[in-house]
Write a protein that binds this ligand. Structure first.
Ligand code: NIG
Ligand code: FE
Length: 414
């Protein structure tokens, strides 16, 4: 990095001589069908950031003479893509589940461990013991892992407290660590309640009023062994009434009606979809609801992959996310998720990029400000140590993120 001297005081960052700059084409969101795979690639490119926004993007021959104070990053041999957007994580948790991981490797199933009081509830036990400061430190640690993998915006869910104090502390910890908080108040039924309906009654009466002041969205795990359709509907309707956007964990193991419920209630997204069959895919494609696909979770649990190709070909809007959590997807890397999208979901590198940038931004209600490298957008960029941006998906498990710019500042550099 070097600095040119000069007068006017505004913070400027110039990334110059990039071998390639790739960003989803157009200005629409969410992208569907053919448009999902349309990425604009500029060769021999620059990006000029002013304050926290992108001021100009172009090819090097068009770069104006800058006689102002500017920090420079030399992009020779590198490519750049928009800062990645992870719209589905469970980054607020304590402890780990490495014991369970070993048991699963020896043949136990995720659902069996959950039914025996392990799984999510074992993380609930560890998370309830933490102070709010400890929760915040945990989210910050996970946020920094994500940042080094190129994630500049992350959503994170509560859902490992399931009591008033820990749910609210989790949401505050996520917000103060810079995440976008989602209240996953209906993640599992905690042991002090006899059934899902009684727990949902408690959560809505005692936690929702304050959770709605901190969170942007609400989420529910609609699955056998967790919450059924009627409990999910009651929970989501009350959350919508309190002003929260709606998300659902649906069709992870069984199709219980998550897609029709998401459409009926006008949810932002329905996430997982490993068990979705043709009729569900068709219904989703005809709706505005985004299908958030989590291939790292399917891989980690050895489950079938979601029908991504069929969804995109039918016209559904899809996004990609990590599902980062200690049980079903201990993976913070969106580049790895892009690699899985291309090798397991039959998506192209361009479709994968759009799905974890502009379409994820749409799920978070931010497609007008993040997810693209364009004038006026927030200056969030990932520099890749490869001259072709498609290495983002090609380099399986690769360590190719060389620098991350967030809000016009160098947030991380190798
Ligand atoms: O999205 N399936 C529900 N929730 C998370 C897993 C949480 C956990 O196992 O701790 C998921 O996969
Ligand atoms: Fe999840």
């Amino acid at each position: 990095m070097s600095r040119r001297s000069s007068p006017d005081g505004a913070r400027r960052l110039l990334i110059h001589d990039l071998a390639q700059l790739a960003s989803p084409a157009g200005a629409e969101a969410p992208l569907r069908g053919r448009a999902l795979g349309e990425v604009e690639v500029l060769e021999d490119a620059f990006v000029l950031c002013e304050g926290s926004s992108v001021a100009a993007v172009g090819r090097m021959p068009e770069l104006p003479v800058l006689d102002v104070d500017v920090v420079e990053i030399d992009g020779r041999g590198l490519s750049a893509v928009p800062g990645l957007v992870d719209c589905h994580t469970h980054a607020c948790f304590m402890g780990d589940r490495v014991e369970e991981f070993a048991l699963r490797a020896a043949g136990a199933s995720y659902e069996e461990l959950h039914a025996a009081g392990g799984g999510i509830l074992s993380t609930v036990r560890a998370t309830r013991l933490a102070s709010e400061d400890e929760l915040r430190a945990a989210v910050e640690r996970h946020r920094d892992w994500m940042l080094r993998a190129g994630t500049t915006t992350f959503e994170a869910k509560s859902g490992y407290g399931l009591d008033r104090e820990t749910e609210l502390a989790s949401l505050r910890a996520i917000a103060s660590a810079g995440g976008i908080p989602t209240w996953l108040g209906a993640h599992a039924v905690p042991p002090e309640f006899d059934d899902a309906a009684a727990y949902v009654g408690f959560a809505l009466a005692e936690v929702l009023p304050e959770a709605a002041q901190i969170a942007e969205a609400a989420d529910v795990f609609l699955e056998r062994g967790a919450f059924g359709v009627e409990d999910a509907r009651r929970y989501l309707e009350a959350c919508a009434e309190a002003g929260l956007a709606l998300r659902l964990h649906g069709d992870q193991f069984t199709e219980l009606g998550a897609i029709p419920l998401a459409i009926e209630l006008g949810a932002r997204s329905v996430d997982h979809l490993e068990a979705t069959r043709e009729a569900g895919a068709q219904a989703l494609a005809e709706s505005p609801v985004v299908g958030v696909l989590l291939p790292a979770s399917a891989l980690f649990l050895g489950r079938e992959m979601p029908p991504a190709r069929a969804l995109v070909d039918a016209g559904a809007a899809i996004a990609l996310a990590t599902d980062f959590n200690p049980g079903s997807a201990f993976c913070e890397s969106l580049p790895l998720v892009c690699a899985l999208a291309c090798t397991q979901l039959q998506l192209s590198p361009a479709e994968a990029l759009s799905a974890c940038t502009v379409n994820s931004a749409h799920v978070l209600g931010r497609a007008g400000s993040i997810g693209r490298v364009a004038r006026g957008f927030q200056a969030d960029l990932v520099l890749l140590d490869a001259p072709d941006w498609r290495h983002l998906a090609y380099h399986l498990g690769g360590d190719l993120v060389t620098a991350v710019v967030r809000g016009g500042e160098l947030a991380w550099q190798r």
